[in-house]
Design a protein around this ligand. Structure first.
Ligand SMILES: NC(=O)c1ccc[n+]([C@@H]2O[C@H](COP(=O)([O-])OP(=O)(O)OC[C@H]3O[C@@H](n4cnc5c(N)ncnc54)[C@H](OP(=O)(O)O)[C@@H]3O)[C@@H](O)[C@H]2O)c1
Length: 255
């Protein structure tokens, strides 16, 4: 079984990917900042699924963390899940510019550098996959968060097209665009999600199931959930101004 490298592996979607891939027999490299939680997560997976689970405590917004992640991902990784991410509290002008720049580092620079470090080995071996976790916010107009996630979609689609020619389908890049998922994301960003209708919430294990099924099928843009597939189609027909007005009514911050 190949080794899977997962960023943001201690909570939410990343932890769900880690559990699912361990249960499928993948060895794992798990990355997040909180070293203790990371070790706890890895120990549980080793014990339950008898796989190798290495930990890499690193902050993807720091040069040191990025360099350590690049070095490890360039070795024997057959599946890279670029998942780590976060939301900032408030709208653009309420957020310190340093926090917006940190978001670009984690959502864009880390995704670019880890993809760049992982692909040469995969191409040499003739197989491998990269899953870049974006968001449905990529198709709405949601400040720096939506813009960074739109970059992830565009970047992934471009690389996927290059790879189709170079590797004849053996090496793939897929972008995953979930809608709202129950994780720690909204609480960490102090967003009040109480007005969001229940049917808009996705379950993290369902998102992971859809993502891995779409990856096997060679789907380039994975959109979990029928409600979000419908929204995705609509967003491509509806003027962007209207999409922006709808999106600004969800996920307001606590004050
Ligand atoms: N939840 C949603 O509704 C939703 C919807 C669409 C897309 N997404 C995307 O899904 C991805 C996962 O989010 P989630 O909802 O699972 O969030 P989450 O439950 O808050 O988990 C985030 C994970 O990322 C790690 N992380 C955060 N900043 C990091 C950094 N600077 N360096 C390294 N690791 C970092 C966290 O661990 P540490 O704090 O220990 O570093 C944690 O393991 C994100 O890219 C998010 O944008 C989420």
């Amino acid at each position: 079984m190949p080794t899977a490298f997962i960023t943001g592996a201690t909570a939410g979607l990343g932890a769900a990917f880690a559990r699912r891939l361990a249960s499928d027999g993948f060895d794992l490299v798990l990355l997040a900042r909180d070293a203790e939680r990371l070790e706890r997560t890895a120990a549980e997976l080793r014990e339950k699924y008898a796989v190798r689970a290495e930990v890499l405590p690193a902050d993807l917004s720091s040069e040191e963390g990025l360099a350590a992640a690049e070095e490890r991902v360039g070795k024997d990784v057959g599946l890279l899940i670029n998942n780590a991410g976060f939301g900032n509290r408030g709208v653009f002008l309420d957020v310190p510019v340093s926090d917006e720049l940190t978001m670009l580092k984690v959502h864009c620079e880390a995704v670019l550098r880890l993809t760049h470090a992982a692909l040469p080995g995969m191409l040499e071996r003739g197989r491998g996959s990269v899953v870049n976790v974006s968001s449905m916010a990529a198709f709405a107009t949601r400040g720096t968060y939506g813009a960074s996630k739109a970059w992830v979609v565009s970047f992934s689609q471009g690389i996927a097209a290059d790879l189709r020619q170079r590797s004849r389908g053996g090496v793939r890049v897929m972008v995953l665009c979930p809608g709202f998922v129950h994780t720690e994301f909204h609480e960490r960003a102090r967003m009040d999600m109480s007005k969001l209708p229940g049917f808009m919430w996705l379950d993290k294990d369902d998102v992971v199931d859809t993502a891995l099924r779409d990856l096997r099928r060679g789907v380039p843009v994975s959109i979990p959930g029928a409600q979000y597939k419908a929204l995705y189609s609509a967003a491509r027909l509806v003027p962007r101004g209207l999409v922006a007005r709808f999106s600004s009514t969800t996920g307001r911050s606590y004050d």
